[in-house]
Design a protein around this ligand. Structure first.
Ligand SMILES: *[C@@H]1O[C@H](CO)[C@@H](O)[C@H](O)[C@H]1NC(C)=O
Ligand SMILES: *[C@@H]1O[C@H](CO)[C@@H](O)[C@H](O)[C@H]1NC(C)=O
Ligand SMILES: *[C@@H]1O[C@H](CO)[C@@H](O)[C@H](O)[C@H]1NC(C)=O
Ligand SMILES: *[C@@H]1O[C@H](CO)[C@@H](O)[C@H](O)[C@H]1NC(C)=O
Ligand SMILES: *[C@@H]1O[C@H](CO)[C@@H](O)[C@H](O)[C@H]1NC(C)=O
Length: 673
C-alpha cells in the first residue's frame, strides 16, 4: 500500500519536501494567522480527511518533525511506529496546509509537494496565482513565463508531445480525471507550460470544474482547449479557464450540456486573442454567449456552431456582424436559423474565405439569393452546402455572382439543384477549380458538360451517388473539352457506363487522378480509350470494386503509365491475377501505394512483386487475398526498408505465428492482421 505512494512521490518527499516546507514556515514571519479558518469559504475542496482542529502556531516545529515525510525509504517497523504517532503534517486541516503550501518559494517546490499525496496536489491546484506568497514578495516572472529548468516532475506521466513549440496533452475517456489534470498542470509547468489540451470524454467522464481549475491555475500559457463530451464541466470551470488562461486562442466545446452563456461570456471578456470557437451540441448555450464573443474578440477568425438547440438568428447574426473585420471561416450546422442569417453573412462577410452550411431546414431560396445579391462575399473561396433544401438554381447562381473568387464548391444532398442552375453557375464562376456534387439527383450529364465547357480553371470534378447522371448521346457541339481537369471522381453513379467513360479521355486529356471506385459496371473497354488518350500520365488510379476489370487493362496501364503511377487501388477486382503483378513489377517504377485486397493473386505474384528491384512500395494491402499463404511471408520479409504499412487482414492461410515472425523482421512497418 505504501509502495504506491512511494512511486508517486516518495523520493521527492524524502529529498525535497520536508526542508522546503520547513523553510516556508521558518521564513514566514506572521503571527497566529497562519491557520486562519475561513468560515463559509467554499474554495477548499473537500478532499482528504476533514480534520477540524485549530492548530496554534507553536505546534508547527513539531509537526514538521524531520521524519515526517521520510516514510518512503524506511522499514516496516518504522512505518508502523509512525502510524502510531498522529502528529504528521497531514493531520493539519486543509486550511492550514493551504496556507503553508501557498508560501512555498517557487514552482519547483510546489511541483515536488504536489507529488506527496492527492490531498496536497488538490490543495496546491486550488491556489490561484494571485495567492502565491512568493509572487507577492518578488515580482514573479514564473506566473507569466513558466519555469524553465525543472527536473521532470514525477507526477507527469502523461502522454505528451511537442507541437509547434507547445506542449500538448490528449486525454481519452478512461484517462480523463481531475487528478490527471492536476498532475498535468503541475508536470507541464516544468517544461515550458501546457499549450494545448484535448479531452475526449464519454458520458461517464468524471472530470469536473476542479480539474479544469487546476489547468487554469497551472497553465497560464494554454492556447488550445478542446472539451469533447465532458458532461460535468460547468460555467464555473470555464470561467476559471478564462481567468487563468488569457492567451487562449482556440476553444472547442462539444457535448458539454452544463456550459451556458455565462461561461462563454467569461471567455469573451478575458481572452481577447481568441481566434477560433467551436460549439457543438451544447444545449445550454443561447444567443447571448455568441453575441459576447462577437463583441469582445476582435481576432476571431473561425467559428463553428452545430446542433445547439437554443442558438438562433440573433446569436449568429450579431456574431457575424460584429466580428466582420476578422471572420474568415464560418460553419453552421443543424441550427434553427433563417434567411436572416444568410443575409447578414452576405452583407458582413467581407473577409469570409470558407463557408459551410449544413442541414439548415429553415433557410429558403430567398436566403441564398440575398446572400449572393448583397455582393459582400468578395473573398469567398470555398462554399459547402449540405442538406439545405432551400438551395435552388436561383440561389446557386446568385452565390456565383456575388463571389467572384470562388474556387471550390461542394454540394451534397440537394433535391432541387438542376442542370439549369449548374449551367448558370458555371457560366458565372470563372475561377472555379474544384467541384463536388454528391447525392444531387436532378443533375444530368448536360449540366456536368456545361461545367467542363465553361470553367477554364477547373482542376477537379467529383460526382458521387448522382442517380440522374446517365449515359446520353451529346451532339458534337455539346461535347466539351476541358484541358485543365486533373482529377476526376465518379463514384457510385450506376448510370455512368462505358458509353460515357469512353468519351472522358477525349474530353479531359490531361487527367492524372482517376477514381472510379464503386462503378461496378466499368469494363476494360471503357477504360482503354481513357488510357490511350491520356497526355499527362496517371498518378492515382482507384478502381476499387470495379469487378470486371481484368489483367489486360492493368498490363496496359502499367506499360503506358508505369513511369508516373503512384497510387493504385484494385480492391475487390476479383479478376486480377498474378499476371497483373508481373506487369506492375515490370512497368511501374514510382508506385508507392498498392491495394490488392480481394484480388485473385497467389504466392507467386507476391514473390514477383517482392523481387522487383525498382519498386519501393510504402503501402501494400493483401487483405482477403484467399490464395496468399504462409509461403509469401519470406518474400514479404524482403520487401525492403521502404514499407511502412502492410495489410494482411483476413488472409486465412497465414497464421498468427507467421505474422509474428514477420513483425519481428519488418519491425519498422505497421502490419495489420
Ligand atoms: C451515453 O449516452 C447515450 C445517450 O445519452 C446512451 O445511449 C449511452 O448508452 C450512454 N453510454 C454510456 C456508456 O453510458
Ligand atoms: C495577443 O496576441 C498578440 C500577438 O499574437 C500578442 O502580442 C498579445 O500580447 C496577445 N494578447 C494577450 C492578451 O495575450
Ligand atoms: C426557431 O426560431 C423561431 C424564430 O427565431 C422561433 O419562433 C422558434 O420557436 C424556434 N424553434 C425552436 C424549436 O426553438
Ligand atoms: C479508393 O476508393 C475507395 C472507395 O471509395 C476509398 O475507400 C479509398 O480510400 C480510395 N483509395 C484511394 C487510394 O484513393
Ligand atoms: C461483369 O461481366 C460479366 C460478363 O461480361 C457480366 O455478366 C456481369 O454482369 C458483369 N458484372 C457487372 C457488375 O457488371
Amino acid at each position: 500500500m505504501f509502495r504506491s505512494t512511494i512511486v508517486s512521490g516518495g523520493r521527492i518527499g524524502l529529498l525535497g519536501v520536508a526542508p522546503v516546507v520547513m523553510a516556508a514556515l521558518v521564513n514566514y514571519g506572521g503571527g497566529d494567522d497562519l491557520c486562519p479558518l475561513f468560515p463559509g469559504s467554499s474554495r477548499f475542496l473537500s478532499l482528504g480527511r476533514n480534520v477540524d482542529v485549530y492548530c496554534p502556531p507553536r505546534k508547527r516545529a513539531r509537526v514538521i518533525a524531520p521524519h515526517g515525510f521520510s516514510f518512503s525509504f524506511r522499514g516496516r517497523e518504522e512505518v508502523a511506529a509512525e502510524k502510531q504517532q498522529p502528529r504528521s503534517i497531514d493531520t493539519l486541516p486543509d486550511e492550514c496546509l493551504f496556507e503553508i503550501l501557498r508560501r512555498l518559494p517557487g514552482e519547483k517546490e510546489r511541483s515536488s509537494c504536489a507529488c506527496v499525496s492527492k490531498r496536497w496536489l488538490m490543495l496546491l491546484i486550488s491556489i490561484r496565482s494571485s495567492e502565491l506568497a512568493a509572487r507577492m514578495k518578488t515580482t514573479d516572472e514564473s506566473v507569466k513565463k513558466p519555469m524553465p529548468d525543472l527536473s521532470k516532475g514525477v507526477c507527469a506521466e502523461d502522454k505528451e508531445c511537442e507541437n509547434n513549440g507547445y506542449l500538448t496533452r490528449r486525454l481519452d475517456a478512461k484517462e480523463a480525471t481531475d487528478i490527471r489534470l492536476a498532475s498535468i498542470a503541475f508536470g507541464s509547468c516544468s517544461r515550458g507550460g501546457l499549450g494545448r489540451l484535448f479531452i475526449r470524454g464519454s458520458n461517464s467522464t468524471r472530470v469536473t470544474d476542479v480539474g479544469l481549475s487546476a489547468i487554469a491555475h497551472g497553465c497560464p500559457s494554454l492556447r488550445v482547449l478542446s472539451l469533447w463530451k465532458v458532461p460535468l464541466i460547468t460555467d464555473a470551470g470555464l470561467s476559471e479557464i478564462a481567468d487563468g488562461c488569457p492567451l487562449l486562442e482556440k476553444i472547442d466545446l462539444c457535448q458539454c450540456p452544463q456550459i451556458s452563456d455565462k461561461g462563454l461570456i467569461a471567455v469573451a471578456q478575458k481572452c481577447p486573442n481568441l481566434t477560433s470557437l467551436t460549439i457543438e451540441s451544447c444545449s445550454s448555450i443561447r444567443n447571448e454567449g455568441l453575441q459576447a464573443i462577437g463583441r469582445c474578440c476582435p481576432n476571431l477568425k473561425s467559428v463553428t456552431v452545430k446542433d445547439c438547440l437554443h442558438v438562433g438568428d440573433q446569436g449568429i447574426a450579431s456574431l457575424v456582424s460584429s466580428a466582420s473585420s476578422s471572420l474568415q471561416r464560418i460553419k453552421l450546422q443543424t441550427l434553427n436559423i433563417s434567411d436572416i442569417v444568410l443575409a447578414v453573412i452576405g452583407h458582413y462577410g467581407k473577409n469570409v474565405i470558407d463557408l459551410a452550411l449544413i442541414d439548415l431546414q429553415k433557410v429558403n431560396e430567398k436566403g441564398f439569393w440575398v446572400m449572393g445579391k448583397t455582393l459582400g462575399l468578395q473573398r469567398l473561396r470555398s462554399v459547402s452546402i449540405t442538406s439545405c433544401s432551400g438551395l435552388t438554381d436561383l440561389g446557386l447562381q446568385a452565390i456565383a455572382k456575388g463571389s467572384p473568387s470562388l474556387k471550390q464548391l461542394f454540394i451534397c444532398k440537394s433535391d432541387y439543384l438542376s442542370d439549369a442552375g449548374l449551367r448558370a453557375f458555371a457560366e458565372t464562376a470563372r475561377a472555379l477549380e474544384n467541384m463536388h456534387l454528391e447525392d444531387c439527383n436532378q443533375v444530368t450529364l448536360v449540366g456536368v458538360s456545361s461545367l467542363l465547357k465553361c470553367n477554364p480553371e477547373l482542376k477537379s470534378l467529383a460526382l458521387v451517388r448522382c442517380l440522374g447522371i446517365k449515359d446520353i448521346t451529346l451532339c458534337p457541339t455539346q461535347i466539351p473539352s476541358c484541358v485543365s481537369l486533373r482529377s476526376l471522381t465518379i463514384h457510385d453513379c450506376p448510370g455512368v457506363t462505358d458509353a460515357s467513360l469512353q468519351a472522358v479521355g477525349k474530353i479531359c486529356p490531361q487527367l492524372q487522378n482517376v477514381d472510379l471506385s464503386g462503378q461496378i459496371g466499368v469494363t476494360d473497354a471503357s477504360l482503354i480509350p481513357l488510357i490511350g488518350n491520356s497526355k499527362a500520365g496517371f498518378v492515382e488510379v482507384n478502381l476499387s470494386s470495379c469487378v470486371n476489370v481484368t489483367d489486360a487493362l492493368v498490363t496496359m496501364l502499367a506499360k503506358s503509365h508505369g513511369g508516373t503511377l503512384k497510387v493504385f487501388n484494385l480492391d475487390g477486382c476479383k479478376q486480377i491475377t498474378d499476371r497483373s503483378l508481373l506487369a506492375i513489377a515490370d512497368g511501374c517504377s514510382e508506385l508507392d501505394n498498392l491495394d490488392l485486397s480481394s484480388c485473385s493473386i497467389s504466392d507467386y505474384g507476391v514473390a514477383v512483386l517482392a523481387s522487383a528491384r525498382q519498386l519501393n512500395l510504402r503501402i501494400l494491402s493483401l487483405a482477403s487475398c484467399s490464395k496468399v499463404t504462409q509461403k509469401s511471408l519470406p518474400f514479404l520479409g524482403n520487401m525492403g526498408s521502404s514499407m511502412v504499412g502492410l495489410n494482411l487482414q483476413h488472409c486465412s492461410l497465414i497464421s498468427t505465428y507467421g505474422i509474428g515472425l514477420l513483425e519481428e523482421k519488418l519491425w519498422w512497418c505497421d502490419i495489420l492482421s
